[in-house]
Design a protein around this ligand. Structure first.
Ligand code: PEP
Length: 265
């Protein structure tokens, strides 16, 4: 293997460590956690990696204000509705999210797919609306344990990509960050091995290259998610096709989250 070329293609891509707070943190708790993350990132994060904190909606505007002028840390939401506006009680639109200054939105998280019945078809609409309002989707894909055990995981990933994203032209696709999150590894303490994760990440990149061409594929950041922590992150992030992580549990602890981001220092 040409190690030089390897490093070069990996360098083309933005390295991202994104936190998913899920439905945790009341207003004050969220502000105080974010303030710790900002301070630690300022003092300790020295590379070109980017940190994204995806909070509940209630925090978005305040976090964006706190991060103003900070080039290392951005803010994102965890969901957005597919419609522009209207009679959808309790929902939040992409335009509303963008108006807070948030830049990213997680779409297609397995918890949304599982508990809220979000399908690839619905997610394709959400992705379209998010991009229309200049939000960068962090699009989650990944197989269940049953799908892996039945050896259909590659097919599952392939259709999640195709049905969720392939309506986009290459320009819009270039705004999307992919997160590979095997469902069996989320919140379970069971992490995919670095070899298992790399195998799927390489497959995802190959699929993207087949659809959009090698250059687009080489510039797409593909994050790993599923029980990542400061101990296992170095080996995962060292893989040639892993460009960072989507971090659940460990993003609720500023020390752990920063240590994960520091892997790219
Ligand atoms: C997630 O929810 O996106 C996630 C990866 O969770 P955890 O890190 O807790 O497994």
């Amino acid at each position: 293997m040409d190690h030089g070329l390897w490093t070069k293609t990996k360098d083309m891509r933005k390295k991202i460590v994104a936190g998913n707070w899920k439905m945790n943190m009341d207003y004050e708790e969220g502000l105080s956690l974010f303030s710790e993350v900002l301070n630690m990132a300022h003092d300790e994060v020295t590379g070109k990696q980017h940190i994204v904190v995806c909070s509940p909606f209630i925090h978005l505007h305040s976090l964006v204000q706190m991060a103003k002028g900070n080039t290392k840390v951005s803010v994102g939401a965890q969901n957005a509705h597919q419609a522009e506006s209207g009679a959808f009680t309790g929902e939040t639109s992409a335009k509303m999210i963008r108006s807070t200054g948030a830049e990213y939105v997680i779409l297609g998280h397995s918890e949304r797919r599982q508990y809220f019945g979000e399908t690839n078809e619905l997610l394709a609409k959400k992705v379209y609306t998010a991009l229309k309002h200049s939000l960068k989707p962090i699009f989650c894909i990944g197989e269940t344990l049953q799908e892996r055990e039945s050896n259909v995981h590659f097919d599952v990933i392939k259709s999640q990509l195709a049905e969720g994203l392939y309506h986009l032209d290459a320009g819009h696709f270039g705004q999307v960050v992919i997160a590979y999150e095997p469902v069996w590894a989320i919140g379970t303490g069971v992490t995919a091995t670095s070899a298992q994760a790399q195998e799927i990440h390489a497959f995802i990149r190959k699929e993207i290259a087949a659809k959009y061409g090698q250059e687009v594929a080489d510039h797409t950041s593909i994050l790993y998610g599923g029980s990542a922590n400061p101990k296992n992150a170095p080996e995962l992030f060292a893989q040639p096709d892993i460009d960072g992580g989507l971090i659940g549990g460990a993003s609720l602890k500023s020390r752990d989250f920063t240590d994960i981001a520091k892997v790219f220092n």
